[in-house]
Design a protein around this ligand. Structure first.
Ligand code: SF4
Length: 481
């Protein structure tokens, strides 16, 4: 494994919430290409985390692991893949949530236990992890990382029970918060979803035998899976070769709390969650926005990529034609080379260029998925204006984000959020737009097709489970420098 200096990690300078993590789990009876299947599943989940990736594989007795900082395609060279042989496998692609993006926090975590090898990969954030970590330390456990995933792995290693399923089910009630987990033991993969259902997790049948679980259905579709179904909140699914065993280990929470932001921004448009295609939901977000905040204009443009379906929806509903107005360099957030100061000063120009021919002399509606710190919207408005637009009207496909997320999405702290301390008019003035409108909470939920059962805490401050404000990301960092 190579060591990547902290200052040379991939940068993601845009103003959207940072992606969270993607998890994969696979078990086959034949063991052919298990690591390769996991690789291509992770490749399809790359949008969920671009800082690090890892795969752990078990051949029934021994588990092997490779993980490193970087994109999936960079971490897994043919040489790195060669030793990863076996029947059962889990994988992870990471953007750091709890714990900094240090090398020691890259997942999966693999530990040796009295019951054999155990590896864990996690999407989400356990809000009581600091307390659970303290309990482990008081019981004499040594911890090497600063992430809640290590806490999960060590709690499982120490749990009583005859089988890993029993150990998982006995430990599960202690974890509060968001967790879509994949767990690798010597001869099985276990998938677990928290009772609130914060993060997506789906199960499918592989075309040549065995089963796969993945954060998003796009990864299962990439592998050719059929019979795709959601892992239910509170459910434990055990994959063992050709067998799959499903058990509702915990009752789903009275009020489930699926993350609305999966639809607004995170998930890939071809994924399906809770019966809804993400692309279609985004189109409906745009349609709702057009109904609520129509403005006379000549062209609707998206801030690519996640706002493209919403711009189509806004255009269809308003009758204003849509077109490309901004071209995105899709690879800029994934370079290891820091821009020079002179380049940095050019700001969004590193990532976006204006398509002058589509903007000159036009009144423009610019659709964006969210406004978090407010650092990108202003430069984008200027870019569009400098390209000759006569008016720039910004429309956002969700309500103002006023509160930090504690369930696995890095938006920064409350104080970092522009809408937390500025009115809509103040934000409009700050970003230099002719007008600014956010979609209402009701409009967003109409587009999602649900009136409840979703977490909207970053818009409302009403957290579905109590959160300890002191336990923000990096709260473990004091212990290990
Ligand atoms: S607070 Fe926002 S981003 Fe976090 S889980 Fe809830 S809806 Fe999703």
């Amino acid at each position: 494994m190579t060591t990547v200096p902290v200052s040379l990690r991939p940068r993601n300078d845009n103003d959207s919430p940072k992606d969270e993590c993607g998890v994969m789990g696979i078990s086959t009876p034949h063991g052919e290409g298990v690591a390769e299947l996991t690789f291509f599943g992770l490749f399809a989940l790359q949008h969920r985390g671009q800082e690090a990736a890892g795969i752990a594989v078990s051949d029934g007795q021994r588990a092997r692991l490779h993980k490193d900082a970087g994109l999936v395609a960079n971490v897994f060279t043919p040489e790195a893949m060669a030793p990863l042989t076996g029947y059962h496998s889990i994988g992870h692609t990471r953007y750091s949530t709890t714990g900094s993006n240090a090398q020691r926090n890259i997942q999966p975590f693999l530990v040796e236990t009295m019951h054999g090898p155990l590896a864990v990969a996690h999407n989400g954030n356990i809000v009581n992890a600091a307390t659970l970590r303290e309990e482990l330390l008081n019981r004499g456990f040594g911890l090497t990382a600063t992430s809640d995933t290590e806490v999960i792995a060590l709690m499982l290693a120490a749990a009583g029970g005859r089988t890993w399923q029993e150990r998982v089910e006995r430990t599960l009630p202690a974890w509060k918060g968001a967790f879509s987990l994949v767990i690798l033991a010597a001869d099985e993969v276990i998938a677990v979803r928290d009772p609130w259902g914060f993060r997506p997790l789906s199960l499918g049948r592989l075309p040549h035998g065995g089963h796969a679980v993945a954060s998003e259905t796009c990864a299962l579709a990439t592998l050719g899976c059929t019979d795709i179904d959601e892992v239910q909140p509170g459910e434990v699914v055990t994959l063992r070769g050709a067998e799959v065993h499903r058990h509702q280990a915990l009752a789903p929470a009275t009020q489930s709390a699926r993350c609305t932001f999966e639809f607004v921004y995170f998930s890939r448009p071809d994924s399906v969650w809770h019966g809804n295609n993400v692309h279609h939901v985004r189109q409906r977000l745009g349609m709702e926005l057009a109904r609520q905040s129509f403005v006379e204009a000549d062209v609707v443009i998206p801030v690519p990529d996640s706002s493209i379906p919403a711009a189509i929806g806004y255009s269809n509903e308003s009758g204003i034609p849509h077109n490309d107005g901004l071209i995105k360099n899709r690879y800029i957030g994934r370079t290891f080379i820091e821009p020079t100061q002179a380049m940095r000063e050019r700001g969004v120009a590193l990532k976006f260029n204006a398509l002058t021919e589509n903007l000159t002399g036009k009144r423009v509606v610019m659709i964006d998925d969210s406004l978090v710190r407010g650092t990108t919207a202003g430069p984008l408005v200027k870019l569009v204006r400098d390209a000759g637009a006569t008016e720039v009207h910004v429309r956002i496909t969700c309500p103002p984000i006023t509160h930090a997320c504690h369930f696995g999405v890095d938006m920064g702290h409350d104080g970092d959020l522009m809408a937390g301390h500025k009115t809509v008019e103040e934000i409009r003035s700050h970003i230099g737009a002719d007008s600014l409108a956010f979609l209402s909470l009701d409009g967003m939920m109409r587009a999602v097709g649900a009136s409840d059962g979703y977490c909207n805490a970053c818009f409302t401050g009403e957290y579905p489970i109590p959160v300890d404000e002191a336990q923000a990301k990096l709260s473990f960092e004091g212990a290990i420098a």
